[in-house]
Design a protein. Structure first.
Length: 384
């Protein structure tokens, strides 16, 4: 409880809910929808780009999936878009917020895995944008093969003068660019800690919402309550898992697990694959906080004994954790979307999420095979 960097957790969560309640994403989605209208699968691309940009500004999943679902689902239904592919794009795009900085998950993972949060932030950009690119490429290819999945928007639905469209896009992008600059910029430059930058981000979000006249007293109150609920659960779990870990280690179980994994008749990469598979399977019944607090400390000593880069391992775990939002029966992203798109069945949502979960696993495999995807940016930025 003395880990000061964890103070950033409720601040970043609060920032995400303020962005949701303040309605700072609707204008961006509207502009991207009009800009990409002539392209097959335009709404899929608009959803994924909006979710990625919003994820960079907020670092949370729940608000992103909910807000994108509220904005995009009715439009996709009217445009005749495929329900399963629509649900998959919304949930997969929303889950990017947990990987792309300023992710709340990365703030929690850093102290638990002994990796500086700043390094983890820098290393997560490559995998995050890689996954976003894979998602966008997949939806475009599918719509080019079968245009019925996502037809171009009718001309009457995207009629706007070019000047007005660019102005709308600029107004939609401005809050996210400013918030990214005042939060991530100082963190990556080493000018501020994540906690200090999160505090500045919260103030900036409030000022932006007030300037756009989109934040009400009722919305502010809801953001405070939701932040208290989510962050108290997460931090209480952190305390409880430390108690569990201390008892587990004292009984010798952690040493036994490490020895078992190290002595597996496999090459080091084979052992790493086994650990990644275990984390992936744990993501089906558990949420990521449970895995990072309880299970990752049990696997990490074995990986460190095999001389893997701890930062690279942390990035692999972060990419793996992203699948927990799309893997049933828990699959929290499905319930966030179902709450705002009641006409879509959970069966269709789960099937739509399944294909994007496969894409996430492909992304994880690429980061494993090409470590530079995650390590090039921190190496270039800090010379490590």
């Amino acid at each position: 409880m003395k880990e000061q960097v964890l103070v950033a957790v409720p601040l970043f969560i609060f920032m995400g809910y303020l962005l949701e309640e303040g309605g700072l994403m609707e204008r961006l989605f509207h502009a991207l929808r009009l800009l990409l209208g002539p392209v097959p699968g335009a709404l899929y691309v608009a959803v994924l780009l909006t979710a990625t940009i919003f994820g960079i500004a907020s670092g949370t999943v729940g608000p992103t999936v909910a807000v994108v679902g509220i904005m995009a689902a009715p439009t996709m239904i009217r445009a005749g878009y495929n329900v399963r592919l629509s649900a998959g794009a919304i949930t997969a795009g929303g889950s990017l917020g947990i990987l792309i900085p300023p992710s709340v998950m990365l703030v929690v993972m850093g102290p638990m895995m002994g990796v500086p949060v700043i390094d983890l932030y820098a290393a997560s950009f490559g995998p995050g944008f890689l996954l976003a690119g894979i998602f966008i490429g997949w939806t475009l290819v599918r719509c080019l093969i079968d245009p019925r999945l996502g037809p171009p928007l009718p001309p009457e639905d995207r009629a706007m003068p070019p000047g007005s469209l660019l102005a709308e896009l600029a107004r939609g992008m401005l809050p996210h660019v400013v918030l990214t600059a005042v939060t991530l910029g100082p963190i990556l430059a080493g000018m501020a800690t994540p906690t200090e930058a999160a505090g500045v981000g919260v103030v900036g979000t409030i000022l932006m919402a007030l300037g756009y006249r989109t934040l009400s007293w009722r919305g502010l109150k809801a953001a405070v309550i939701l932040t208290a609920q989510q962050s108290s659960m997460m931090l209480f779990l952190a305390v409880a898992s430390n108690v569990f870990g201390a008892v587990f280690t004292r009984l010798g179980s952690a040493t036994l697990m490490t020895k078992t994994l190290v002595e597996l008749p496999l090459p080091p990469m084979g052992t790493l694959l086994v650990v990644m598979l275990l984390i992936f399977l744990l993501g089906w019944p558990f949420e990521w906080p449970t895995i990072v607090f309880v299970f990752v400390p049990l696997f990490q000593p074995a990986i460190m004994a095999l001389d893997f880069d701890p930062l690279w391992f942390a990035v692999l775990v972060a990419v793996n954790f992203q699948t927990t939002f799309l893997s049933p029966p828990l699959a929290t992203a499905a319930y966030y979307l179902k709450a705002v798109a009641p006409d879509w069945t959970l069966t269709d949502i789960h099937w739509g999420m399944a294909e994007f979960m496969v894409l996430q696993l492909i992304g994880l495999l690429l980061v494993m095979l090409f470590p530079a995807v995650g390590l090039w940016f921190p190496h270039w930025l800090y010379g490590k």
